[in-house]
Design a protein around this ligand. Structure first.
Ligand code: CA
Length: 226
């Protein structure tokens, strides 16, 4: 990762640089808030480690201005002041996480990994079962290349089953995922929707993909994976 460290205490800044570089990261250090803000505006970092007590502009101000500018780089706030109001204020201004000094370096690395992951969600990959393909990004479903139009509930049901393709999904888990646990859903509502899905997905195809597991639930799979 390409990391910006904004920290005025030289020893702490060097410690961070050295430790992060040893982990294979590239590091730029800014020793005051104004330089840090400029650096963050000029380059796209994967994460920013931001001290709060800084000369020039303090960390709160750097944070506030960056977020105001629409900068969404993950920011981990470092503070010696472990007072709750500071932490809350930092998070309010758009920090992703905080760490109070002194801290274990392993803790810092773990927090950095978490916030960097949070802002770069993995692109959903297409789900497949035989010649049935569901694209979670476009919500498009095709079988043998032909588009299948589904209602929102049918889509949620199919996506849930396809994420477990090859395995059996228990009835109660399907109902909870598709209709929500708080709502009372008639048990035969699920069966009714499965019938609708079958009509759209399996009708006209020799190979049936939607299978009933009596008394347990449903699954989507190709016959040869049985
Ligand atoms: Ca400081």
């Amino acid at each position: 990762m390409w990391i910006l460290v904004v920290e005025d205490e030289r020893r702490m800044a060097e410690l961070l640089r050295k430790g992060l570089e040893e982990e294979g990261h590239s590091v730029m250090v800014a020793y005051d808030g104004r330089v840090g803000l400029e650096a963050a505006r000029m380059r796209a970092f994967d994460a920013i480690i931001l001290d709060l007590m800084l000369p020039g502009l303090d960390g709160f101000e750097v944070l506030r201005r960056l977020r105001e500018l629409g900068n969404t780089t993950p920011i981990l706030v470092l503070t010696a002041r472990d007072a709750v109001p500071d932490i809350v204020h930092g998070l309010d201004l758009g920090a992703d996480d905080y760490l109070t000094k002194p801290f274990a370096f392993s803790e810092l690395l773990a927090r950095l990994r978490t916030i960097a992951r949070r802002t770069s969600p993995a692109r959903p990959t297409r789900l497949r079962a035989g010649d049935l393909v569901l694209d979670p990004a476009s919500r498009e479903v095709r079988r043998d290349g032909r588009r299948i139009n589904l209602t929102p509930t049918e889509y949620r049901l199919l996506e849930f089953l396809m994420r477990r393709a090859g395995r059996v999904a228990p009835r109660d888990e399907i109902i909870e995922a598709v209709w929500g646990s708080e709502r009372e859903v008639e048990s035969n509502t699920l069966d009714a929707f499965i019938r609708l899905l079958r009509t759209k997905v399996d009708n006209g195809h020799e190979v049936k993909l939607i299978h009933t597991v009596r008394g347990f639930g449903y699954s989507i799979r190709e016959p040869q994976s049985e």
